[in-house]
Design a protein around this ligand. Structure first.
Ligand code: FVH
Length: 314
């Protein structure tokens, strides 16, 4: 189990003097603004000029080049589009980064983060990876979370600064762990959203608008979310036959799939869940509870097709 710690470890960490921020998109700008609000010295850089105006009005220094930006402070926060843009931006200034700390909060896969950490270490850079569980409006309001992994010393030193943005949580010295937990959380979220869209498409056949459906679905899902703790206990206990659960034999969801087809609605989201059930019932586990489908997903089947639009890290 990864080591996970939150903000309380920060109490005795000394404050850092100033921060460089590379990338002034929606998130990078929010991160910089929160640092300025806290009175920190901030130097910013963005590939396309002109995005720094508001931050400069708020007290930031705009650097004309990446080199000028990274040499301004011992800590460089990177908030760019993806792994490729991080490498493209940091590659030419590797010599200048030696001896500094890089905190990369760009969304990456775990292996991209690990590769970046190795690359940084090889060049004498202290590397901390961050994964933001928040939208820009939540930064500074501390209603979001940011997961970190990689250099523990960097995390401890930066924590008073990190805590200005969101609740901070350290997941371990394996630099890929923050990205892993981040993407695991997003996986659950997107599948919930897909389920909502499928339900909305079915309800639309009754004349119900998506807005009307959401008004019903939202409190129902909130109530159902309380089931997660119970499912988790079954998964962690490893006994899917714990009494009191609805068995897979009771329903393989074919009534929902059929209804969707009858109404001319693509059943793909619910059919995907059904396929996970069928794998378990076919293997003789039909008398066990719904949590059993965890066994259908915890390893990649040989036949799974994975689509990737991102470039893997070196
Ligand atoms: N915004 C959000 O809600 C999410 C929340 C969760 C975490 N993400 C991740 O944060 C990274 C940055 O997201 P963002 O919202 O700031 O993104 P954009 O507004 O699209 O800005 C992208 C910035 O990246 C720069 N950029 C793109 N390609 C390059 C490149 N090849 N070289 C240098 N910079 C590059 C772009 O610059 P420009 O287009 O203005 O010149 C923006 O500064 C991201 O990983 C999210 O997944 C945010």
């Amino acid at each position: 189990m990864p080591e996970t710690t939150s903000a309380s470890t920060s109490a005795s960490s000394p404050e850092i003097s100033g921060v460089t921020l590379l990338g002034l998109g929606a998130m990078g700008s929010a991160l910089a603004a929160a640092l300025l609000d806290a009175g920190r010295s901030v130097t910013v850089w963005n590939r396309t000029a002109g995005r720094a105006a508001d931050l400069v009005a708020g007290g930031a220094t705009a650097a004309a080049t990446v080199r000028e930006a990274v040499t301004a402070h011992p800590v460089v926060v990177v908030c760019l589009l993806d792994d490729a843009s991080v490498r493209e931006t940091l590659g030419p200034v590797l010599a200048e980064l030696r001896g500094r700390t890089v905190l990369n909060v760009t969304t990456t896969t775990p292996n991209e983060s690990r590769a970046l950490a190795r690359w940084a270490t090889e060049h004498g850079i202290d590397y901390l990876d961050g994964a933001i569980m928040a939208v820009p409006a939540m930064i500074g309001a501390r209603t979001g979370q940011i997961f970190y992994s990689g250099s523990r010393t960097a995390y401890d030193r930066l924590l008073p600064t990190l805590d200005l943005w969101a609740t901070s949580e350290f997941h371990g010295t394996d630099a890929g762990l923050a990205a892993l937990v981040d993407l695991a959380m997003l996986s659950g979220m997107y599948q919930m959203f897909a389920g909502f869209f499928h339900g909305a498409a079915m309800a639309a056949k009754s004349g119900m608008s998506a807005t009307e459906f959401a008004a019903r679905q939202s409190p129902f899902l909130a109530a159902m979310a309380h089931e997660l703790g119970g499912f988790a206990k079954v998964v962690d206990g490893g006994d899917y036959s714990v009494p009191g659960q609805q068995s897979l034999d009771f329903s393989d969801l074919s009534h929902i799939v059929r209804a969707s087809q009858e109404e001319g609605v693509n059943p793909a989201p619910i059919a995907a869940v059904q396929a996970l059930i069928v794998r378990q019932t076919a293997a003789g586990h039909g008398a066990e509870g719904f949590a059993r489908i965890y066994e259908s997903v915890r390893a990649t089947p040989a036949t799974t097709t994975v689509t990737s639009t991102t470039t893997e890290g070196a």
